[in-house]
Every structure is written in structure tokens, then in C-alpha cells.
Design a protein around this ligand. Structure first.
Ligand code: ZN
Length: 289
């Protein structure tokens, strides 16, 4: 079976295939429980089972994207990387970092794939991001083994209240990026479901804004191939300090085209709809209120 994604639908672990959802506890006769996060705690067993599932074997039902929750609601850790694309560092008037710039988005900001987001102020910005989900624990992970620790990839948004993010000296990023709903994450595409291993380091990333009157513009268009620190480099470098755990999330940074880097600057307003799309991983949508 190909094109399978791992999701939380109304709080229960599901596989999504061709617009249909399969309840994992039912389809596995209880071998796997309903808690979405548990899939990542037993990732090798889970993916092995997943490869045996047939859509007609099980109770596959249609579903609404608005019923998708965040696939992982209690990640042990959430890492986010700043200034990880040269063109975005330049538009932010920052020099390229020598070491990954790391902050967190607190877990209570996680939300599902198709949601309303209440804007926290006048300077809320978009950041389309590829999110890595860790499937195997480890410390001091060599670059060449880093992908072995990855369960899958997902589409995310690092919504950022620039006023809060940049206040104070030194400024600290994490709170301004952790308002309610500011960390939407879509269903997880297991690595085995990507077309080929070479694609996982070069995925097209796009972000489109639709106005209340229905007109739309592409705001960001990039490729994960342009990361300053590649996914394996991020995992390697962070793991020299921290231990990665199953279910950890890494927001890997955003390409250029954010609102604060524009002339004139531009920020999100109520009524706008933001869609973030990554090649092979699907898309997520937030309606601003
Ligand atoms: Zn970001």
C-alpha cells in the first residue's frame, strides 16, 4: 500500500489512504492502541504492520480534514530551527548561523491540519516548515545514521507573533511562537511512503494566502534542499547535546517570503486563509479569526 499517512482523527490513531481513514485499533485487532502517539513509541513494529494492511480488509471510512488533530499531542520535546535557509536569513537581515539556532514551540500550541487560528496581535507572521518526527531514540547520532532515527515527515506552520518574538534584549523566540494554534502539524508521512530516499532532502515547500474576497497569492516557494543545516545535520548536531526520543518534533526552518521580510511588511489579518503545502506530504490550512 502506498500513499499512507499516519494521523489522529478525533483523538484516535488512524491511517489515511486515498481520502479514507482506517482506525488502527480496529484494523489491528487491538495489537495497537488508539493513542496516536503510541505509534511512534513502537515505530518499527507499527510500520511493519502498516505494510500488511489492505484497505478493503478493514473498516475504511471517509473523514473531514477539520477532524484531524495534531498527530502527536504530547511530544517529549519540540525543537525549532531559526534562520535555516540562506534567503530567509538574508530577508531577516541576519548573518548565516555557524550553529543551528534552536528554540521551542511549547506543546500547547500544537493543533491539527485544518483549523481556525485566533490572531494574538497585529504582527502575526507565517512560516511554512517541514516537520521531522523522530521514531528512534538516540544521542551522539552520526550524520550518516541520522535518517535511521526519523519516523516520518509532516507539513507544519511556525506561526509567529513578531512583536512578542522580538521584544526584550536579548529577545527570545519561544513564547511568540507558542500562542494557541500557532503550531499546526498535518498527518505524518512515514519515510517508507516517500517516493525515494533522494527526495527526502529536496522537497518543494509552498505557502499560499487567500484573501476574504477569494483572491490568492503565493507567499513562499522554496525547497528543503536549500536548508543551511540539512535534516541529518540538525539531528547530528542537536544529539551531541540532547537525547532524541520517539515522538519528538523538529520544525526545520522556513524559506524566504515571510511577512516581516517584505517591503512593506505584511502580517496576517482575520478572514485570510493560509495553505501550506509540501511535495509528497500534503497540505494544511488555517483560517485566521
Ligand atoms: Zn520557523
Amino acid at each position: 500500500m502506498s500513499g499512507v499517512r499516519v494521523a489522529s482523527l478525533k483523538g484516535r490513531l488512524h491511517l489515511l489512504v486515498d481520502q479514507l481513514a482506517i482506525d488502527v485499533e480496529e484494523a489491528s485487532d487491538g495489537r495497537f492502541g488508539p493513542d496516536p502517539q503510541s505509534a511512534f513509541d513502537h515505530w518499527a513494529d507499527f510500520t511493519e504492520w502498516m505494510s500488511t494492511v489492505r484497505v478493503d480488509d478493514s473498516v475504511a471510512t471517509s473523514y473531514l480534514a477539520s477532524d484531524l488533530d495534531t498527530p502527536i499531542s504530547r511530544p517529549p520535546q519540540i525543537f525549532a530551527i531559526g534562520l535555516n535557509y540562506a534567503d530567509h536569513a538574508a530577508e531577516s537581515k541576519m548573518t548565516l548561523p555557524e550553529h543551528p539556532v534552536v528554540f521551542t514551540k511549547f506543546a500547547s500550541s500544537l493543533t491539527g491540519a485544518d483549523v481556525e487560528v485566533a490572531l494574538s496581535g497585529e504582527r502575526v507572521d507565517w512560516e511554512a516548515e517541514l516537520v521531522v518526527v523522530i521514531g528512534e531514540a538516540g544521542r551522539d547520532i552520526p550524520v550518516e545514521r541520522a535518517w535511521d532515527h526519523v519516523a516520518g515527515l509532516a507539513v507544519g506552520q511556525d506561526l509567529s507573533d513578531r512583536a512578542v518574538q522580538t521584544r526584550g534584549n536579548p529577545a527570545q523566540f519561544s513564547l511568540g511562537k507558542s500562542f494557541k494554534g500557532y503550531a499546526p502539524v498535518g498527518p505524518v508521512t512515514p519515510l517508507s511512503q516517500l517516493p525515494s530516499a533522494s527526495d527526502r532532502d529536496a522537497l518543494a515547500i509552498k505557502c499560499v494566502l487567500e484573501e476574504a474576497d477569494g483572491t490568492s497569492r503565493t507567499l513562499q516557494e522554496g525547497s528543503s534542499a536549500d536548508m543551511v543545516f540539512s535534516i541529518s545535520e540538525i539531528i547530528h548536531r542537536l544529539s551531541t547535546t540532547v537525547e532524541f526520543r520517539p515522538g519528538d518534533l523538529i520544525f526545520t526552518g522556513t524559506p524566504s517570503g515571510v511577512g516581516i521580510g517584505r517591503d512593506p511588511q505584511e502580517f496576517l489579518r482575520a478572514g485570510q486563509v493560509l495553505t501550506t503545502e509540501i511535495e509528497g506530504l500534503g497540505s494544511i490550512t488555517q483560517r485566521m479569526i
